[in-house]
Design a protein around this ligand. Sequence first.
Ligand code: T5A
Length: 212
Amino acid sequence: MDNKFITIEGLDGAGKTTVAHRMISYLNQYGITKILTTHEPGGTPISDLLRILIKYGGPTDEPINNTSELLMIYTARLQLIENVIKPALSKGYWVIGDRYDLSSQAYQGAGREMDTLLLHTLSDKITNILSPDLTFYLDISPELSLSRINNRRTLDRIEKEPLIFFDRVRSCYKKLASEKKNIITIDATQSLEEVSITIYRYLNWWFLCQQE
Ligand code: T5A
């Protein structure tokens, strides 16, 4: 089977990073060992610098304009695509992306309620360069998201947004997932074992379809 680009999306604490690691062992069972994982924003030296700005702001309390945030996110993504993801795919690696373009549509588009013209222009440009073969959207409520991340660390500037922000983010994810066939919604309120089994079953089925 040709190598693929699979992405995992969802609110903070939905379990994306955990699922990405488990997915590596599923793929190994199919003899797939050339696998790269990415986690956005970040993943190249420049993207990692932008990640710090996006998550924590600069050294002073200078406010970050919403459009500036969007442009930083897309700059980080473009660096990652051109310098890491595309080269890996061309060498036959499977790539598992922990967040990708849907995050910007959900967080910046819906969460920040940004004007969609710039967002869609940037999103179309990125999708034209590289579109995921398959996306898992891990669905949890903002309340559960907050309780999972609160257990682990202090909140960053995006995670400090009010619950209504994350309600909009979640609604957008759900809407996009209902519109596109290659976005699979997973109930991520289930136990980690149940989430893993659901994804494993779906991947099995998807692999069978790819071989047909
Ligand atoms: N952002 C990002 C944008 O605004 N726009 C964009 O375009 C992009 C790309 C990134 C921030 O940037 C924003 C969104 C984010 O706010 P981050 O720190 O990288 O910040 O945040 P996340 O990508 O959300 O990563 P997290 O680590 O916070 O969440 P994950 O990866 O979804 O969750 P994970 O796997 O680390 O699990 C969290 C905890 O929950 C437990 C895990 O064991 C862990 O302790 N857990 C479960 N517990 C019970 N049942 C389950 N099913 C569980 N699944 C996980």
